[in-house]
Design a protein around this ligand. Structure first.
Ligand code: GAP
Length: 430
């Protein structure tokens, strides 16, 4: 089986990711996170938030609405320009994104090579606000969270008294009616994004762009992603988004396509603040107390999709050792940090002590319980979902008040005092 097939199968079997609306045959490009997927995603988001917001003095958070005035999208340029080139096969009428067609240019559905001329297809999902479905009530599900930040620029600056340079961070859903979806979580139609808009002096924008490039690459390395699977790729002028003066991707070496975008980092200049200020008539400039000048800040934007980060982590951490499948997720990201087992489920004294340990550890971090099947199978089941350590309560535990702790990656086992367990794991997880 190919690596991606194995990962997709593991994700479904073990509760990481399910197809959206699966019992009705699925909905193209839409996935649901299962109980373990939601934990992994939460850990990624928490880790990002801690790194971007809590560890810095000049970055604050925001949670703006998915629905925004249609004027936002007209002004931002998304109505006009947020489009991909669409072609239709004249033979079978399937539609594809022109730039994602195979090199042979053969139709992926019927194999013919007879295409219509390409036309621009806007990726925004249209909807209406209120009970009247006319042009004035029309708006879109946001394709990026960034616009919510730009339209709240003055609200945040005034309420938080932040000084340039400062950032506004946001995590939230984005929607894109992609022409061609695929490769599991890589290109979907509904996804969560983590975006930072870092407002800075125009003269400092280039340096800050370089700063954020390094910061963001370091963040991926701190997740435990292998350095050899990450690289930067600078965008050529003809592939940059309509708002960007300078942009670079952090790419991952995906098993299904080779190098491809994991995160985009762009210098959006003053494009958005300037445009919204003009269109709304509201002053979105910043008054610099030192120079006594009004300026429209430039913006550096690192932006990534949580699904792509999850996928990179799943691919990067998947490994096999004979029949043993191991997700070598960093402990801080793993859905469960520890699993607790009684050696034998039919020995009440073992179950009782194991339950006490389980309840105690559960107050500190997410812990799994398993008392089914033989111990080897239980270890394998936890390895497959990425649980870094298993704790087994055996007959000796009743006397020596110690347990066996087994390490996922090395399979090494050691005895640890029950009273030391919280401390033991806390040190290892951080
Ligand atoms: N505000 C900037 C922006 O939206 P983008 O490069 O279009 O930039 C940012 O998107 C990130 O969102 C990408 O780097 C990728 O991680 C993720 N992303 C974009 N489209 C996606 C899709 N259809 N499915 C999954 N993730 C996607």
């Amino acid at each position: 089986m190919e690596l991606m097939e194995k990962i997709v199968s593991l994700c479904k079997r073990r509760g990481y990711v399910f197809s959206g609306s699966e019992i009705y045959g699925g909905l193209g490009g839409v996935y649901d996170l299962g109980p373990l997927g939601v934990e992994l995603a939460k850990n990624i988001k928490d880790f990002w938030w801690r790194n971007i917001v809590y560890c810095r003095d000049n970055i604050v958070g925001l949670d703006s609405s998915i629905l925004m005035s249609q004027k936002v999208w007209q002004t931002s340029g998304h109505v006009e320009s947020f489009a991909d080139p669409l072609v239709e096969c004249r033979n079978c009428h399937s539609r594809f994104r022109q730039d994602l067609l195979p090199k042979t240019r053969k139709c992926p559905s019927c194999g013919k090579k007879d295409w219509t001329k390409s036309r621009k297809f806007n990726l925004m999902f249209k909807t209406h606000v209120g009970p009247v479905e006319d042009e004035s009530s029309e708006t879109y599900l946001r394709p990026e969270t960034a616009q919510g930040i730009f339209v709240n620029f003055a609200n945040v600056a005034d309420s938080m008294r932040v000084k340039l340079p400062f950032g506004i961070a946001q995590i939230g859903k984005g929607f894109r009616n992609e022409i061609t979806t695929g490769n599991f979580l890589f290109r979907v139609r509904e996804f969560e994004m983590m975006e930072l808009e870092y407002f800075t002096y125009p003269r400092k924008a280039s340096d800050d762009f370089g700063y954020w490039k390094k910061e963001r690459m370091d963040w991926y390395l701190s997740l435990g992603i292998n350095k050899k699977n990450l690289r930067f790729r600078k965008h050529e002028s003809d592939e940059r988004a309509h708002y960007a003066a300078e942009s670079v991707d952090i790419e991952y070496n995906w098993p299904f396509m080779g190098w491809g975008e994991l995160e985009g980092i762009a210098n959006r200049t003053d494009f958005d603040l300037h445009a919204h200020s003009e269109a709304s008539g509201k002053d979105l400039s910043y008054f610099d107390e030192e120079t006594k000048e009004k300026i429209t800040p430039f913006v550096i934007e690192p932006s990534c999709g949580i699904g792509r980060v999850m996928l990179a982590l799943l691919v990067d951490s998947y490994s096999e050792d004979g029949s043993r499948v191991i997700l070598k997720l960093a402990p801080k990201l793993a859905p469960f940090k520890v699993a607790v087992f009684p050696l034998l489920a039919n020995k009440p004294e073992l179950v009782k002590l194991a339950k006490l340990i389980y309840e105690d550890l559960k107050t500190e971090f997410p812990v799994a319980w398993d008392d089914r099947g033989n111990i080897g199978k239980r270890y394998y089941a936890q390895d497959e979902i990425g649980t870094p350590w298993c704790v087994t309560v055996d007959f000796d535990s009743l006397d020596d008040k110690s347990v066996t702790v087994r390490d996922r990656d090395s399979t090494k086992q050691e005895r640890v005092k029950i009273s030391n367990l919280v401390d033991y794991f806390s040190k290892k997880i951080s």
